[in-house]
Design a protein around this ligand. Sequence first.
Ligand code: SAM
Length: 422
Amino acid sequence: MDAAAHSAKSRRSGRWQLSRGTGMDRRAVCLGELETMGVFRAPWVRDAIDAVDRTMFAPRRLWSLETDDQGLHRLLDRKESPAAWLEAVWNAHQSVIVQMDDGRTRPDGAARGDFTSSLSALDIVCEKLVQLDVRPGQRVLEIGAASGYHTALLAHRAGDSRVTGVEVDPELAAWGQENLKRAGCAARLECGDGLEGWAAEAPYDRIVSTASVRKVPAAWRRQSADGAVVLTPFNTLYCRGGLLRLTVKDRVATGRFSGTADYMWARGQRPPDGIRPPGTYRCRPSAIDPGQVLDRGWAQDFALGLHVPDVHVTHRVQDGARQTQLWDAAGTSVTVIRHHHWWHKDAVTVWGKRDLWHELTTAYTAWRTAGQPHPTRYGLTIDDHGQHLWLDTPPGQLHNPGPSLEQPSGRQEHRKEESGPR
Ligand SMILES: C[S@@+](CC[C@H](N)C(=O)[O-])C[C@H]1O[C@@H](n2cnc3c(N)ncnc32)[C@H](O)[C@@H]1O
């Protein structure tokens, strides 16, 4: 269905008038903001946003990103507090939460939990649509369809029959299908694991994910037509929030990080839980002030994370002293760095085979030596041999210091039976 038909149908049903009558101001403010941000530089994106009524895809009850004084996310009910509900739905920069804890926390009141589905914020929705550069008639696969709103925007541009959305959660998938039907959009919305793509409608000219991956699924590459664009939020365990734009040619996908996009993890690629380090550890001094390496802003953190993608990081202050803990995806190597007196021989404590502070500082040196490149100078290539990160020019492989199995020379090893890392 094209833009005109879509709008006409919505007007006939009366639903568009309803949303205008109650929310015109918020909508107008939001679109004005988006315009000012330049996210309508592809005019078709503005047309799609105009034609598809976002309020039809927002649940009656949703959680705002804002929290109350107990740190709980406020539940907004469209009937009980329509103004606040509309303000949240038309907030250009904030998503609204439609599911927590994979549905175990029900929308019965203010809550705290893991966000597992949302209606994405319009600024990033529009930015991604621009980068995706959908053309009429192209076949499009969307991963993480949920409400179906983004699916409908894609369908507005590509054509209903050309778009397939995949949503892993059955309850959300059924809700999204219903929303699309009510909105008069005939795009497919299937329930399944989007990390497997959707083979039945392949090959695709465009694949867009609205959930973050740390490994680009092989299925996306296999199901891409030659010349296809794959756009996905990309996290490492070290740092979230990259947006990766790949082009597929001769079954090889390659491209750079094209911006930022903080999306929830795709199910199947969530970080593993728990750490199980051995009881023994060794200590050593740090070679550098940890404050130079850690928590220095997104661009540095993301770039370093590309070098050490499977290293988690967390910071804490204990008895007034700052500590950082690193651990690997297997949870069997843990390194704790004390910031105060970092040159002392017990500043770094290492459990397990990998000295993760050695890996991270080696990455830091490589990044500094390369001139502190911004994440957009990094890229990724996926071929039959796996996923390779590079700097500036594909297909060279990024230097990854890898596991450090050896104790740095001259450092003392200690054994300890009691308390391991947290
Ligand atoms: C941030 S929401 C995006 C919703 C919608 N596309 C939007 O942009 O407003 C991400 C969605 O991805 C879904 N999801 C997560 N992992 C998935 C997977 N492996 N396959 C399909 N959907 C997945 C979640 O259930 C969630 O509904």
